[in-house]
Design a protein around this ligand. Structure first.
Ligand code: UGA
Length: 341
């Protein structure tokens, strides 16, 4: 089976490519950068890398999709600081450019596995924070809060895909990821001036470079985190069970792994200290969201996925919260000990 992975050079994409290669799929990774894809994959005969910037041109899109049996699309800006800094770029890439991939999959009758986001569930923690694909309300903040422009763009893309499925026979699966965590996530920054990656990469950066760990709005909001390899296993289950997952929306997350961001800061600091006892660890400081990210920031309170669809085919996440962060941090801690960071 030939699988194209748009965004195959990113955090989730590179782990997915590694998984697919290990299962002997033929993989075409489409991205700007190849660095996150491991060397052994790059050298594998089943692997092809296609350098493409969807923002600049889509010349190769038709041929790549023609040559694929399954199309994963992970191309997106998915970092909240960007929703505030570059809202128009977010809509352009996450909706308009992504729509070109949807249309090609429809035209060429290919199974599209489209990454959306848990962010479509919006602002409120729902009923006990638990979100289900078919029944939860999707509630966003006001238009002057740009935080929600990403969620809105993702939601519109989902609605267009759903309508293509109903009216035009598109075969699709929509994935809603809930905070995947692991090595190579986002980017490491030496100071806030270099940008604000998502919380795991940002706290990791603070630990490595002795910068304060900032708790947005006292770190009261909660997230459920899932280890990247558990998440990628779920994608593997989906690709093997087309009949079960076609034309479905699927949450991927670990409902057992909920933690407040405040407790996460203390947990990561503790893990770091245990591994490198000689280094000082940074202070933890609270900061208002709009001061940290800029005007237009708001936050999701809580989000816990229902994962019944995946459970029904035998998938269960394996790593608990402490294991998830210990393994993910270990990647950076080893680099630090080897003086690569
Ligand atoms: C982001 C994206 O918007 C989602 O689309 C995506 O699905 C999700 O990440 C993901 O990783 O799956 P969010 O969870 O809000 O959503 O992203 P983070 O930037 O990691 O923020 C998590 C929480 O930590 C937020 O409450 C944020 O305010 C807080 N935070 C973040 C801090 O307290 N300090 C920081 O330095 C960074």
């Amino acid at each position: 089976m030939k699988v194209s992975v748009f965004g195959g050079g990113g955090f989730v994409g590179s782990h997915l490519v590694e998984y697919l290669i290990s299962k002997n799929y033929k993989v075409m990774a489409v991205d700007l950068n190849i660095e996150k894809i491991p060397e052994n994959c790059r050298l594998n005969n089943n692997f092809t890398f296609i350098k493409m910037d969807l923002c600049k041109n889509n010349d190769k899109l038709e041929d790549i999709i023609k040559d694929s049996d399954v199309v994963f699309n992970l191309i997106a800006y998915a970092i909240p600081s960007l929703y505030i800094e570059k809202p128009l770029d977010v809509v352009d890439l996450n909706f308009f450019k992504n729509l070109e991939i949807v249309k090609q999959c429809h035209k060429q009758n290919k199974w599209l596995i489209q990454f959306s986001s848990c962010e479509v569930y919006g602002l409120l923690g729902g009923r006990n924070g638990i979100f289900s694909e078919e029944s939860s309300l999707l509630i966003l903040g006001p238009v002057n809060k740009n935080r929600w422009i990403y969620s809105c763009a993702k939601q519109l893309l989902e609605r267009v895909i759903f309508a293509y499925g109903e009216h035009e026979d598109l075969t699709y699966t929509i994935i809603r990821p809930f905070n995947f965590i692991g090595p190579k996530m986002d980017f490491i920054v030496k100071s806030r001036a270099e940008g604000i990656p998502r919380v795991f990469a940002n706290f990791m950066s603070s630990l490595l470079y002795k910068e304060p760990m900032y708790l947005v709005d006292k770190g009261k909001n909660k997230r459920t985190f899932i280890y990247i390899k558990d998440a990628v296993d779920a994608l593997g289950v989906i690709i093997k069970n087309k009949k079960v997952f076609q034309n479905k929306i699927v949450n991927i997350g670990n409902p057992e792994n909920e933690i407040s961001i405040k407790n996460l800061a203390y947990l990561m600091r503790k893990i770091y200290k245990k591994n490198i006892p000689d280094e000082i660890t940074p202070e933890i400081i609270s900061i208002p969201g709009e001061k940290y990210y800029g005007n237009g920031y708001q936050d999701s309170e809580r989000r816990i996925p229902t994962v019944d669809k995946l459970n029904s085919v035998g998938w269960m996440p394996k790593k608990n919260l402490k294991e998830t962060f210990t393994i993910s941090m270990d990647y950076y801690i080893k680099k630090r000990i080897n003086k690569e960071l």
